[in-house]
Design a protein around this ligand. Structure first.
Ligand code: ATP
Ligand code: MG
Length: 290
């Protein structure tokens, strides 16, 4: 594992999120490249820091080819209570699916089917470990040069969300949430939502890859809280005119508003949209566009 921040040389900023900054870093002794996520905590966020550290312990136990590996969690300095918390992660050189869609626009169905299959395998692994991701969205699905897609950022973002909660910052993070989670979110700040919420979010993310923008509200600007609730809880998802019947049905199965009737991860792994995905090794080597 990585023992100390001093062993890591920052090379470049990879991106900014709601909760912190991601750097590309080099390990001075092994020359290996990693991604470093730095979470900033203010003085009054001690409880939050404790929670994040707790989630980090879970993160270190996760080991799957479908999940971005966490190689260590480091505290910055001796003053744990006010310091930063740093996550050393597997470097995913292809960037996030959000980046891929912003650059290339809509993805072909064949690619979406491959992405869906890998994310479902990742969710199966996490759910079997009793971990609910709670923040599946294109920017948390990362790609590498082998064309593999892996799930990133579980748990942590959930902890962070309650700290920076204004209706504005929430519009980004909450846009992929299922209807039942909006219910909980309004009353109980999302304590009870279960595995079905991850399936909903997967459906929204796959629909976004197909449309090239967030699919549930009009493209262009960030929806406000009321627009979002309306779209998620009461509106029908957009038509997918050019999509195959299998893909249309797959999205319908994910976006079933009643979570008790929504398809499970295992059911979706057996869905024709996923099983028909016939990627050869050579095609995988070519990877996603970019
Ligand atoms: P949130 O704070 O809600 O998670 P976010 O996912 O956009 O929002 P970050 O998780 O901080 O924010 O990630 C920001 C960007 O950094 C990503 O979109 C991606 O481009 C890049 N990134 C994140 N993790 C890695 C990684 N392990 N390897 C390479 N790039 C990464
Ligand atoms: Mg993220």
């Amino acid at each position: 594992g990585i023992e100390s921040l001093a062993d890591l040389e920052k090379l470049v900023v990879l991106g900014h999120g709601n909760s912190g900054t991601i750097y590309k870093v080099r390990h001075r002794w092994s020359n290996s490249i990693y991604a470093l996520k730095v979470l900033r905590f203010s003085q009054d966020a001690i409880e939050l820091h404790r929670q994040a550290a707790c989630e980090a312990e879970i993160l270190k136990r996760v080991d799957s080819q479908y999940v971005v590996k966490c190689h260590g969690v480091l505290d910055n300095g001796t003053d744990v209570e006010s310091g930063d918390l740093c996550f050393v992660m597997e470097y995913m050189e292809g960037g996030s699916l959000h980046d891929v869609v912003r650059v290339h626009g809509q993805l072909p169905e064949k690619d979406i089917s491959n992405v869906a299959k890998r994310v479902l395998e990742g969710l199966k692994y996490l759910h079997e470990m009793q971990i609910v991701h709670r923040d599946i969205k294109p920017s948390n699905l990362l790609t590498n040069s082998r064309g593999e897609v892996k799930i990133a950022d579980f748990g942590v973002s959930q902890v962070m969300a309650s700290a920076h909660d204004t209706d504005n910052s929430c519009a980004g993070t909450c846009a992929y949430m299922s209807p039942e989670r909006f219910d909980h979110y309004r009353w109980a700040r999302g304590e009870n939502e279960g595995f079905a919420g991850d399936v909903w979010s997967l459906g929204v993310a796959m629909l976004e890859c197909y449309m090239g923008h967030f699919p549930l509200t009009a493209p262009g600007h960030r929806p406000d809280w009321a627009t979002l609730i309306c779209a998620v809880c009461f509106s029908e998802p957009p038509e997918m005119e050019t999509a195959s019947p299998e893909f249309q049905n797959f999205v319908q199965c994910c976006l079933e508003k009643d979570w008790r009737r929504r398809a499970t991860v295992q059911e979706l792994l057996n869905h024709p949209f996923v099983t028909k995905c016939s990627t050869t090794t050579e095609e995988l080597e070519e990877g996603l566009p970019g």
